[in-house]
Every structure is written in C-alpha cells, then in structure tokens.
Design a binder for this molecule. Structure first.
Ligand SMILES: [Zn+2]
Length: 248
C-alpha cells in the first residue's frame, strides 16, 4: 500500500454530490436513503463514471487497487462504510479505488475503531501508510509498525500468499528493468527510457518499487541490499531518482 495523492473532482460532480448529501441528511432513515441514492440510475450514469475516472488516474500502476496494489481497481470503495456513516456516501474524500476482492470480500463493512474511538484502517489518500506498515522486500510481506498497521494488514489481507509471491517476483524483476532504463538513458534514447520507466511502475505491486527506492536511502540500506550493491547504487543514483521516482 503506497501513498495516493487525491486529485480534484470537477466542480459539477462536487455540487451534485453535496445535493445528495443534503437529501440523505434530511431523510427519516439516512442509511436507507444513502443506499437508494448510490444505486440510483442517475447517479450510476452521471456520478460513478466521474468518480471512477478520477480515481483511476490517481491509482498506482495500471489502475491498480489502492489497497492491495495487485488487481485492477474496479469498485468505488467507501472507506468509511455507508452503513456506519451514510452522510459520507457522497464525500469525495471517502472514495477509494479497490478491487472487488478487497472491497466486497475482505473489507466489506469492516471499519475497526481503536479504544479512543479513532479509525484503525489506513486511508492511503490521507496519510502515508509507511508510518504504520513496513514492506520486507526479501519476504514480500508487510510488517506492522503499529496497531493501525496490524488492523490494515488483517482487514485487507495484505499478506495473502498470492500477494507475497507477486511482490517477490517484482523484487526480482525490478533491478534488470532499472538497468535497461539506465542503458537507454546513457545512450540518449529518451523514448526507450520512458518506456522502461512505465514498465517499472506499471508492474502490479508497485509498492515494491516504491519500497526499494525508499529503503535504499534509509538507515540499514546496506543490510537490506546486502548482496545487491549494484542495485543499491542504481536506486541511490540522483539521476535515476529524479527521473523515476513518482511517489514521495
Ligand atoms: Zn485489492
């Protein structure tokens, strides 16, 4: 899971969503009204496409799920579920792009709360998941750094075996791709370099590439990349970082 930068939504969509929120606020049963409106034909035709299009532009790689980073993001997820807070059904800052597995089978209506009443799940569009989750590159698995990290790993199944396998593959595939980018750049073929840059970031599990760049410049990098001094040098190269880093 990597930090997502939220894009602005067109004003027309924001205005119509504010109207729907007002409608829900005045309803006798807000939760029921919220579900009716969200599924209404007009909303499906005129609101959902704008939301999906904007979320897809924000998503990592090839429109990947903002939670697992592996599958195509197909669903608009309400981070705070409609059942819990119907007034956020049409809140742009409550919408994330998720795959159907993360959205409908794993997270569903789960929204765990800590003892002090604050949400435990990490919203990657409002904070950096790295404060709560560390990706072990060698293992391909997330390690919790806090209770919130633990809840996020659990609810989204971030350490499910197929994700671990995919991350380990991405970790093996990335160094040769960095080399190909570097070779194209050195010979002055910027179009080819741009193709390799897209190839690097459009792999599934772009969180691996993100973690590689991040961990290469943090204390302990020599241990993380113990047998990969060439890869570490590439990841630390200021020219490569300036050209390839797409996330903070
Ligand atoms: Zn997912």
């Amino acid at each position: 899971m990597i930090r997502i930068t939220r894009a602005p939504l067109p004003q027309a969509a924001l205005t119509s969503m504010a109207g729907y929120t007002g409608d829900i606020g005045q309803a006798t049963i807000p939760g029921q009204r919220a579900k009716e409106l969200w599924k209404h034909t007009t909303v499906r035709r005129h609101v959902h496409p704008v939301l999906k299009r904007t979320l897809a532009e924000m998503a990592p790689g090839l429109e990947r799920c903002m939670y697992c980073g592996d599958n195509q993001g197909t669903d608009i997820d309400h981070f705070e579920p409609v059942r819990i807070n119907p007034l956020r059904t049409f809140d742009w800052h409550n919408h994330l792009l998720a795959c159907s597995l993360c959205n409908s089978h794993l997270k569903r209506d789960l929204f765990p709360i800590s003892c002090d009443g604050t949400p435990l799940l990490i919203d990657p569009s409002s904070e950096d998941p790295a404060a709560h989750l560390h990706l072990s590159l060698a293992a391909g698995a997330y390690v919790k750094l806090s209770d919130r990290g633990e809840a996020t790993i659990k609810v989204f199944g971030l350490n499910r075996p197929i994700l671990i396998r995919g991350r380990r593959r991405a970790y093996l595939a990335t160094p040769p791709l960095l080399n190909r980018w570097h070779e194209a750049f050195v010979k002055g073929d910027l179009d080819e370099a741009a193709d390799w840059a897209d190839t690097i970031w459009e792999q599934p599990t772009a969180d691996v590439v993100h973690a590689m760049f991040h961990q290469a410049v943090t204390p302990g990098a020599e241990d993380v990349f113990a047998d990969e001094s060439e890869t570490l040098a590439l990841l630390r190269d200021p020219v490569i970082r300036a050209a390839l880093l797409r996330t903070d």
